[in-house]
Design a binder for this molecule. Structure first.
Ligand code: THU
Length: 126
């Protein structure tokens, strides 16, 4: 799975975003180490705190299917520019994929790759 292919899958997943409140769509595509890919979108709720982000949707789908090792996750949004994950999603990434990479697209369409470790240095561990 190339970074470009993963971003494309995230863009497709973004179309399913349920975001009537913010009108902001996010899509994610998570590549597991066995070659499988799990996608996610943000799903909002009228009780705003019940909203789940696209990244966590993808991660909980994969983990609930028994996957535990991930290589990378692509994140896209309707903003037209790079959208970095929120703090809660970074923390969840640190739990399951601290050695993985995060793939984004910038406003010019260029692929950007970051390390989860760099996005959440000194993360909380129990
Ligand atoms: N959102 C995500 O899906 N991922 C993030 O990392 C940040 C925010 C969503 C949640 C909400 O539906 C909308 O973006 C605005 O906050």
């Amino acid at each position: 799975m190339t970074n470009e292919e993963l971003v494309k899958m995230a863009e497709e997943a973004m179309e399913n975003a349920y975001s009537p409140y913010s009108k902001f769509k996010v899509g994610a595509a998570l590549a597991a180490d066995d070659g499988s890919v799990y996608t996610g979108c943000n799903i909002e709720n009228s009780s705003f705190g019940a909203t789940i982000c696209a990244e966590r949707t993808a991660i909980v789908k994969a983990v609930s299917e028994g996957k535990r090792k991930f290589e990378k996750i692509a994140i896209v949004s309707s903003s037209g520019d790079t959208t970095y994950p929120c703090g809660i999603c970074r923390q969840v990434m640190s739990e399951f994929m601290i050695d993985a990479e995060v793939v984004f697209k910038d406003k010019n369409g260029n692929i950007i790759v970051e390390k989860v470790k760099d996005l959440i240095p000194k993360s909380f561990v129990l």
